[in-house]
Design a protein around this ligand. Structure first.
Ligand code: HXC
Length: 270
């Protein structure tokens, strides 16, 4: 999680904090409003890979930006400025790999936005399972103002979150919307007065999720992620497969038995 040689940043760019079963991935590059350089992107992916290796010890992840001004203000524009077309495409692929890592993470991931979530920053948030935001937050895909287009999944995930017409408007205009508009558009699930309330709310959600069978939550996430990117007929078949897979788990047997026996389940994560 350190900068590659040839860059002038201090390290680390990303750190992970733990509070019981909740992990927090902090993007820590506040002087550049947490802009996603290739090194930051790789560090985010490494953080999620390490947390995934812990299995059911991690029941949810919060992603936050350091510094109080921005979640993430986009891909690092300086890093993009000199790229060839092939390198530009590779930059997009790196962002997609990070998004795929987050989507494959076997527990809920909540983007906790306090400030700007622009361009690649909004796209990073969209790769998370939910977006919580403070009232001081702003969302947008300003790439066209730079002669670019969204490259970390915004053309795919933003329409799914807010519907195609609004996604087109936001991408074509590059305009920013505030947290209240983002909430009414369905982009933001929950809105809070300040950062402390936001983090407490996100932790409470993870605690609620952690009451449930880890295996079932992970399966549900896998199927939801597959469904979101797939034609309906294929998605419903993936749901059939995932539903069947639940029957391979002890937790499913225990959950059903506990219900029938009118007692609390004792899930083991298997
Ligand atoms: C590199 C950035 C940055 C970015 C901010 N900074 N955003 N550096 N990449 N995306 C740096 C600024 O250069 C500045 O550094 C410092 O952070 C503070 O930013 P200011 O602009 O001085 O702050 P402010 O005036 O408050 O404006 C905040 C802002 C503005 C509105 C968020 O910074 C802004 O518009 N940023 C760019 C947003 C954007 O276009 N994002 C999309 C990027 S393209 P110095 O050294 O001067 O203090 C993208 C493509 C994704 O995301 C796909 C790629 C494949």
């Amino acid at each position: 999680m350190t900068e590659q040689p040839g860059t002038d940043e201090r390290a680390p760019l990303v750190r992970v904090e733990r509070d019981g079963v909740v992990a927090t991935v902090v993007i820590d590059r506040p002087k550049a409003l947490n802009a996603l350089s290739p090194d930051v992107l790789r560090a985010v992916a490494e953080a999620f890979d390490a947390l995934a290796a812990e299995g059911d010890a991690v029941r949810g992840v919060l992603v936050v930006g350091e510094g109080g001004r921005a979640f993430v203000a986009g891909a690092d524009i300086r890093s993009l400025s000199t790229l060839t077309p092939e390198e530009g495409a590779e930059a997009a692929r790196l962002g997609h790999r990070v998004a795929a890592t987050i989507e494959a993470f076997p527990a809920p991931v909540i983007a906790c936005v306090d400030g700007f979530a622009l361009g690649g920053g909004l796209e990073l948030a969209l790769a998370c399972d939910e977006i919580y935001a403070t009232d001081a937050s702003w969302f947008g895909q300003p790439e066209v103002r730079l002669g670019l287009i969204p490259g970390f999944g915004g053309t795919v995930r933003l329409p799914r979150a807010v519907g195609l017409p609004l996604a087109k408007e936001l991408i074509f205009t590059g305009r920013r919307i505030d947290a209240a508009e983002a909430e009414s558009a369905g982009l933001v699930t929950r809105r809070f007065a300040d950062r402390d309330a936001l983090l407490a709310g996100a932790r409470a959600t993870i605690a609620e999720v952690a009451e449930n069978a880890w295996t079932a939550v992970a399966l549900a996430k896998r199927v939801l992620v597959q469904a979101a990117g797939t034609p309906t007929a294929v998605a419903t078949e993936a749901e059939v497969t995932g539903f069947g897979d639940a029957f391979r788990t002890d937790d499913m047997r225990e959950g059903v038995a506990a219900f029938l026996e009118k007692r609390e389940p004792r899930f083991t994560g298997r």
